[in-house]
Design a protein around this ligand. Sequence first.
Ligand SMILES: C[S@@+](CC[C@H](N)C(=O)[O-])C[C@H]1O[C@@H](n2cnc3c(N)ncnc32)[C@H](O)[C@@H]1O
Length: 279
Amino acid sequence: MPEPSQPRPADRVNNEDAINCWDQAAEEFASFFADGGDLYHKYIINPCLMELLGDITGKTVLDLACGEGHFARHLVEVTRGSVQVVGVDASETMIRIATERSQAFQDCLTFRQGDAGDLKAIGPHTFDVAVCNMALMDIKNYRQAISEIARVLKPRGAFLFSILHPCFFTPGSGWLLDDDGSIVGWQVDNYHTNLAWKWTVKRVMTEQTYSFHRTLEDYVSALRENGFAITDMREPVASAQLIEEHPRWVRELRRGSFLVVRCVLLEDMRQPCGGPNAV
Ligand SMILES: C[S@@+](CC[C@H](N)C(=O)[O-])C[C@H]1O[C@@H](n2cnc3c(N)ncnc32)[C@H](O)[C@@H]1O
């Protein structure tokens, strides 16, 4: 497994390079979802997102940075096709794989390539719900992405996202081991510096992709500036039963791995009377 690259200031990585890395990694990344799915998504992240989503029957849903499309397909399955989902991803290869894997869902599911920071092909107030599953930390232009989500959501629309927990996964974070290789703790470093680093998001991947570290305050201010109010926030971990089945996961209790946030669009900040104090 390649070592993570030396972190560098986030503004020295350009958006196209970050997207190209994802395109290169797409086949390998998608292979984790071909066979029953990635375990973290399946058992920890997606159930939490589904709980916060609630009933989406009859709704229009944007799955932004949808990857190979497993979550979009799941939405169609749980609603038995009573939903319209559009998956968008910047990687052409991800979109090709997502489309191939979703032939049976064509009536309610479409995919298109696009940059999260510039969704020009989508008109304003199109969706009831937007989801961005484990991707905002990989999107260079996350503030533009949040602004675009606010534009394409209907008033009072919901935006849900999951990310690697930014208080724990920072450039330079990692397990602290003793001389015998046993875990003694989890180290966090560089929390207040916006750094980008290249790594393999799945331990056995060879292709590296960029992630961009931001503080919790960065995310919250981007949401607030775009008219979103946070209505729920979770830090999901494996249940006791899951830990019994996958004993390795007991170590996940020592750190926060994932953050799942639900927000509602209260204010269209593009309206002349909108302003930070209007919400
Ligand atoms: C860790 S993957 C998550 C994919 C999927 N949501 C999932 O949960 O499996 C991150 C995704 O973000 C996409 N991505 C990165 N930058 C993007 C951008 N600027 N606009 C849209 N998608 C982007 C990548 O192509 C990749 O599919």
